[in-house]
Design a protein around this ligand. Structure first.
Ligand code: 5GP
Length: 195
């Protein structure tokens, strides 16, 4: 995949499961890990910054980028486009940097098809009530949007078996430790494969 066993790690799971927080913690442990900044056609939330949290595009701009081949994978989620810009991923892979992506189920499976050595990890909530509580506590979504995200959650969870690894986010420290161990094992497996 790349010169020095760099990993592409796809983190999926229902909205509210804690992907952002887990990814932030993993990057703190491994500051060299590069987070792929996605493009989306959804509206920015209050504290979100263009080009840092997402590349915020109109539907038309997003469609143009798909047609121009600039999007590695994309999905529709709750009425908006979300996708991974291609060039940045290719550049980081060429540099041998580990890449982490926050991505839908369909997106993670598309990445796995394009890059078979990618590692797909599905974060499970302890249960749907916890998910609802976390989504409400976050305060970023309207009641209607929370219902739409919860409706989507069950169908996403049903596909967890398609992932290389599933980890339950019951306790944040435990969840991060489990993913850290998965990354360590995947790294040593690649080093063993090369030797
Ligand atoms: P949110 O609106 O909460 O930021 O993200 C909604 C969903 O879009 C999340 O499940 C997140 O993982 C997913 N997502 C974010 N970026 C991408 C991307 O580049 N590609 C795909 N397929 N999904 C993404």
């Amino acid at each position: 995949m790349s010169k020095n066993q760099a990993l592409v790690i796809c983190i999926s799971g229902p909205s509210g499961v804690g992907k952002d927080t887990v990814i932030t913690r993993l990057r703190r442990l491994n500051p060299d890990m590069w987070l792929s900044v996605s493009a989306t056609s959804r509206k920015p939330r209050e504290r979100e910054i263009d080009q840092k949290d997402y590349f915020f595009l109109t539907e038309e701009e997003f469609q143009h980028r798909i047609e121009a081949g600039e999007i590695l994978e994309y999905d529709r989620f709750c009425g908006a486009y979300y996708g991974t810009p291609r060039t940045a991923v290719e550049e980081k892979l060429a540099e041998g940097r580990d890449i982490i992506m926050d991505i839908t189920v369909k997106g993670a499976l598309a990445i796995k098809e394009a890059l078979p050595e990618a590692v797909t990890i599905f974060l499970l909530p302890p249960d749907l009530d916890t998910l609802r509580m976390r989504l409400s506590a976050r305060g970023t979504e309207t009641e209607e949007a929370i219902e739409a995200r919860l409706a989507k959650a069950q169908s996403e969870i049903d596909q967890a078996t398609k992932f290389d690894h599933t980890v339950t986010n019951r306790d944040l420290d435990q969840c991060v430790a489990e993913i850290k161990e998965i990354i360590r094992q995947e790294k040593s497996r690649r080093i063993a494969d090369v030797n």
